[in-house]
Design a protein. Structure first.
Length: 403
């Protein structure tokens, strides 16, 4: 059921007609609070345009603390940047213009899907305090485009959620040309660009309000890239750091998809990573860029035991032997993913192949990677010679070393 709070009976009836029979109209904030106290299964509250903004935000703030699964959809006669920023800070899940009745309906559906996902998985907030920072962050990177970063990122995230065993957040840090939303056939209401307006008010509630849950994969949430490449201004490395810190407290695993560049946002993600999946294909340009990436990571003192080299389309007949590649790179290949026409076909349908065909050789390889390097919590590849290993120091130690 959906509760509608609106002081204007005519406007409330319009909302009720748009949302269908499974609704109840409540005329005052106090009456709504009493209703919620006795209807613990309520998933969504729609606050109409006649309710003053302060009352609406106070309600959302209270619900964020006492009923985290309950989503507040704020309806306004006019939506501007100021309203959006205040709403996100208060924990409002969706903000929709009053005249956009299909948009209100879709927002309520998304809120209910999120509530269902939160009930089906164990929320990070319920973990013991000592475990709050135990979320594992995996960054998928390649300095060359077209190697399969997004394919690996999306399928890895799905592998980690299989059976509803974990809460996973997939973050698209390709801020100009991110494809996670397309690859998963998502229609997000918010993107990472909306976090810019939060300023210093960013917190767990406001970040979770930006996430898009996957309706068919319980436990999988996404923070997608800006839909317009020009809206990435203001997404600083510091903002990325804050967002990733919050997500690591709320999720068991955070998977970060990246652009093919060492920009400041990517460096921030690398610095926080427990594991970096470095992906390449069997062609000279890709391997050259991988070698340069490995040398760069070594120069900034990122420990080798946190690297995992993934060879995509590994069975391509291009005249390069695996042992020659490993000898040139001076690191072992952690996992080999075979080539298959089924992969682009799955991408075009917006369904990760590991979900569409769990027994496919590509699905099996990605699941093996997840189990060996991520789910076990043991990220060190024992085949790396001890003399090539280093302590987990990250970029902070690199900065101290060069200062």
């Amino acid at each position: 059921m959906t509760a509608i709070l609106d002081y204007d009976p005519s406007a409330a009836e319009t909302l009720r007609s748009a949302l269908g029979a499974e609704t109840v109209v409540i005329p005052t904030v106090d009456a709504l609070r009493r209703h919620l106290d006795t209807h613990l299964g309520e998933d969504a509250v729609v606050v109409g345009g006649s309710v003053d903004l302060e009352s609406a935000l106070d309600l959302a703030s209270a619900m964020r603390l006492t009923r985290s699964s309950l989503g507040v959809v704020l309806v306004r006669r006019r939506v501007d940047t100021s309203v959006l920023a205040d709403a996100l800070r208060a924990g409002v899940r969706e903000v929709v213009e009053e005249r956009d009745l299909p948009g209100i309906n879709a927002a309520v559906a998304r809120v209910k899907a999120l509530a269902q996902s939160m009930r089906e998985t164990v929320p990070g907030a319920s973990l013991p305090e000592d475990d709050l920072d135990h979320g594992i962050l995996v960054t998928v990177f390649s300095a060359k485009g077209g190697c399969g970063k997004t394919t690996l990122s999306t399928n890895l995230a799905v592998a980690l959620t299989e059976g509803g065993r974990n809460r996973v957040c997939l973050v698209d840090l390709d801020l100009s040309f991110g494809d996670v939303a397309i690859a998963l056939q998502l229609f997000p209401a918010h993107t990472i660009a909306d976090a810019v307006a939060l300023g210093d008010g960013i917190d767990s509630g406001s970040v979770q309000a930006l996430l898009t849950p996957h309706s068919n994969m319980p436990g999988l949430f996404t923070l997608v890239a800006p839909l317009d490449p020009g809206s990435n201004r203001g997404i600083t490395a510091d903002l990325v750091r804050q967002i990733l810190n919050i997500l690591r407290q709320e999720f068991d695993y955070v998977v970060v998809d990246t652009p093919p560049a060492f920009d400041e946002q990517v460096l921030e993600a690398l610095d926080q990573s427990d594991l970096i999946a470095l992906i390449a294909t069997l062609d000279i340009p890709a391997l050259k860029n991988l070698k340069l990436t490995l040398e760069t990571l070594e120069e900034i003192n990122f420990p080798r035991e946190k690297w995992a080299v993934v060879l995509n389309r590994s069975d391509s007949k291009v005249g390069l032997a695996l042992n020659e590649v490993e000898k040139t790179l001076r690191v072992p290949i952690s996992i080999q993913i075979p080539s298959s026409r089924d992969v682009p076909a799955a991408i075009n349908r917006g369904v990760p192949i590991i979900y569409d065909n769990p027994k496919h050789p590509v699905s099996v390889a990605i699941r093996q990677f997840a189990e060996k390097f991520v789910l076990t919590g043991h990220h060190t590849d024992s085949s790396i010679p001890p003399e090539l290993r280093s302590d987990r120091r990250g970029l902070l130690r690199r900065k101290a070393k060069t200062s």
